[in-house]
Design a protein around this ligand. Sequence first.
Ligand code: ZN
Ligand code: ZN
Length: 270
Amino acid sequence: MRLNLLGVRGSTPVSGQNFNRYGGHTSCVAVTASGDTRPTVALDAGTGLQNFTALMQGEPFGGTILLSHLHWDHMQGLPFFRAGDRDDSDVRMCVPAQDGLSGEQLLRQSMAPPAFPITPAGLRGSWKFAAIEPGAYQIESFTVTAAEVRHKGGRAFGYRVSDGFTDIAYLPDHVARGEITAGLESLVRGVDVLLHDAQFVEAERSLADAYGHSTIGDAVELAVSLDVGRLVLFHHSPVRTDDQLDALAADIDAPMPVDMACEGLVLDLG
Ligand SMILES: [Zn+2]
Ligand SMILES: [Zn+2]
């Protein structure tokens, strides 16, 4: 499978010369099955979703968007997804079930007047919104495992995506410190690639705890504990400049390859 990292920033998009190299868009990763020429799965719909349209090469999106959770930085790209917002698109969208609401009702909480001019139902094309529970699903050509992860403010899922040969895990917002639950184990154990929350550094521990995130060290420790092949540090702090991310990358000590997620990075796996 192929992963295109389309948005790697946490919390809020940023722009300016200090952020050009790692990129300013918030969470979005495109997943393309081997043999396919276009992606069929989007992990999250942050502002990086705007970059997804170019990967569709003029075609409408036919596939599934898996939302890790409903925080703004993970869904604000939705109304600006041109390959999805057109008459011939065919999109399924999964969000973590909570509060007894449907998927569409959950999205409407931040995507409806007066907060935003249109509702999810106002998107063109065929859209289906599902509130899903943890479990294993066949999604497009992949086996997807969804499990609840520790974060703050609403229910958050991590996802494991497998094509039968290669497994990746996506946990953009997650408190890695603490007990390794069965759910966490099912998501991360032995994956080839783990994309993981690395918003903070040890000196910012109090912020990481207050906002329900991880430090770079937490992410490395989790990757070591669960036998991860390659770690991609994801969801960078919006105040972290390119030079600061370079310096942090140079300082990482881990037994597996570790990458700083970068907007535009393409990972060809398997
Ligand atoms: Zn986030
Ligand atoms: Zn969040």
